[in-house]
Design a protein around this ligand. Structure first.
Ligand code: HPA
Length: 282
């Protein structure tokens, strides 16, 4: 019999409980090209995933694979510097375990960032998109298998995956800081191959504005566990699949994601002090 998520979580948490310090208020996961944001954490406690018992270790390029815990823009925060992707071979439940750990460390708000391709022809590389909702095109779910009632419901509602109050905060912050912001739907895929041009046109027709290889497993798990989610996509390349579609390289994606990182940092710096103290959903 495979170990339950709660038993795995207990074991993982026990192995680092002595090192994590005071409870966190917020959690932040840094996408490709955005890892440098972890440097904004003051007096960080760093815990590599490899030192957490039974924890998956991220292998993706540009993903360090560690928790960075400390004060971020006025909130005690656990930053995931390096995330876990399905394309690395991790199971959806491994990705969920990391999210449940963020909740166990005290976080009520979960901020997800990612690098994504712009399906929407109005978007340009360097834009930042507030995620309003997502399309899970992976064909997977982190909730398949026995449900741990101590974590969440068997059949969680998903009508407000990306918290409306946090979205309103982000929109206000973008206006206050003069940061242009797009709003749209994120399509999550397995990867690692980029989409064909026909697929990109299909995802656009399906309602997607941006496409990437992360986020949806995390957000499904976060919603299951009652975390309030804010999602921001760094539009790193045009992905319209149109006649002028250019080939993508990981180098140019990382470079443009870093450009977006400056804008994302400006928004988060403004939002963090305004985050609700208790993140439990009403
Ligand atoms: N497709 C999928 N994932 C991505 C892309 C893309 O075009 N850009 C950055 N991550």
């Amino acid at each position: 019999m495979t170990e339950s998520q709660i038993a795995r979580l207990d074991r993982a948490h026990r192995s680092i409980a002595g090192r994590v310090g005071a409870p966190c208020e917020a959690a932040l996961v840094l996408g490709s090209g955005l890892g440098h944001l972890a440097a904004a954490v003051k007096d960080p406690t760093i815990i590599p995933y490899s030192e957490i018992e039974g924890f998956p270790v991220s292998t993706a390029p540009g993903h360090k694979g560690q928790f960075v815990i400390g004060d971020l823009f006025g909130r005690r925060t656990v930053v995931m510097q390096g995330r876990l992707h399905l394309y690395e071979g991790w199971q959806p439940r491994d990705i969920a375990l990391a999210v449940y750990m963020l909740k166990r460390l005290g976080a009520g708000t979960f901020v997800v960032t990612n690098a994504a391709g712009g399906l929407n022809g109005d978007y340009a590389a360097g834009d930042v998109m507030l995620i309003e909702d997502h399309l899970n095109f992976t064909g997977r779910s982190p909730l398949i298998g026995p449900n741990d009632e101590a974590i969440g419901l068997r059949f969680p509602d998903q009508s407000r995956l990306y918290d409306p109050d946090l979205r309103a905060l982000a929109i206000a912050s973008a206006a206050r800081t003069g940061t242009p912001l797009r709003y749209g739907i994120y399509c999550g895929l397995n990867g690692p191959e980029l989409e064909s041009s026909a697929e990109r046109r299909f995802f656009r027709m399906a309602g997607g504005d941006a496409v990437g290889m992360s986020t949806v497993m995390e957000v499904i798990a976060a919603n299951h566990a009652g975390l309030r989610v804010l999602g921001l996509s760094a539009i790193a390349n045009a992905a319209t699949g149109g006649p002028d579609q250019q080939p993508d390289t990981i180098e140019s994606v990382a470079e443009m994601a870093a450009v977006c990182g400056t804008k994302i940092e400006a928004i988060l710096r403004d939002i963090f002090p305004k985050l609700p103290a208790s993140g439990e959903k009403a």
